[in-house]
Unconditional design. Sequence first.
Length: 79
Amino acid sequence: MEAKGWFSDARIIASGARYPINFYDPVRLGQQIQDELALGRIFFEPNLVVVAAVTRANMETAAKALVQSGGLSSLIAEA
């Protein structure tokens, strides 16, 4: 995960809902945005979370912070 700079198979389960999370590191996110724009497209990623490095520890810390801060209200839950 860390070498790729992204991970999109994460889920936060809280308050009876499941939230798919897309983790990126800043470098990989910048590359992805540039690639999409170079192709004449827009960049959009639902439930995007940027961490310093895409490691299990960083993703778990970010998920806990989202839950504790009330940030889940900004995410889109799975249907």
